[in-house]
Design a protein around this ligand. Structure first.
Ligand code: 45D
Length: 149
């Protein structure tokens, strides 16, 4: 079920990928503790997060779309050198910034595609460890590896 879930996730539109990540966060929120994400890890992503925090809402959305689309940008390259756990911590922190009103929200009426809803439902049924496996894979593929050819 895990490889199939990852495959369907990756076939989603960029916007649906972002929305599914957000809904997954809202479901998992309480199981992910700030302690688990590690303050040290976040320090590595802090410059990136501060940059995003200072952007306009449309710019923030563009940055997130570029990451999900693996589009080459300075942010995508900076993200690309983070470790997988730091990438997860980065997305976690972005969600926290959304909750606090510093980052553009998902529109209230946003409609997921059928595949998007399916991925989300499957994710919800997985246990925490399996959810992490899916999330690690999808966030590790985002951004651009500046060292790859
Ligand atoms: O206008 O280090 C749309 C552990 C539509 C421990 C939109 C861990 C159009 C070790 C695109 C929807 C493994 C526990 C707008 C770490 C439109 C460790 C907006 C785990 C405005 C780190 C979309 C951590 C937007 C974990 C703004 C499990 C979408 C972390 C934004 C999990 C989506 C983190 C965001 C998750 C999603 C974060 C910011 C699931 C973030 C999700």
């Amino acid at each position: 079920a895990i490889p199939a879930t990852i495959a369907v996730f990756k076939s989603l539109s960029v916007d649906d990928q972002l929305a599914v990540l957000w809904y997954a966060y809202t479901e998992m929120g309480r199981s992910i503790t700030p302690a688990a994400t590690g303050a040290a890890r976040l320090q590595l992503a802090e410059g990136l997060l501060n940059q995003i925090k200072q952007m306009s809402h449309p710019e923030q959305l563009e940055v997130m779309r570029d990451l999900a689309a693996q589009k080459n940008s300075s942010i995508s390259r900076a993200y690309g050198i983070l470790s997988v756990n730091t990438k997860l911590a980065f997305w976690y922190e972005l969600s926290e910034l959304m909750v606090k009103g510093f980052v553009i929200p998902v529109p209230a009426g946003y409609q997921l595609s059928r595949d998007g809803s399916r991925v989300l439902e499957t994710l919800k049924e997985l246990d925490f460890g399996q959810q992490i496996t899916v999330l690690r894979k999808v966030v590790s593929d985002m951004g651009v590896d500046p060292l790859a050819d």
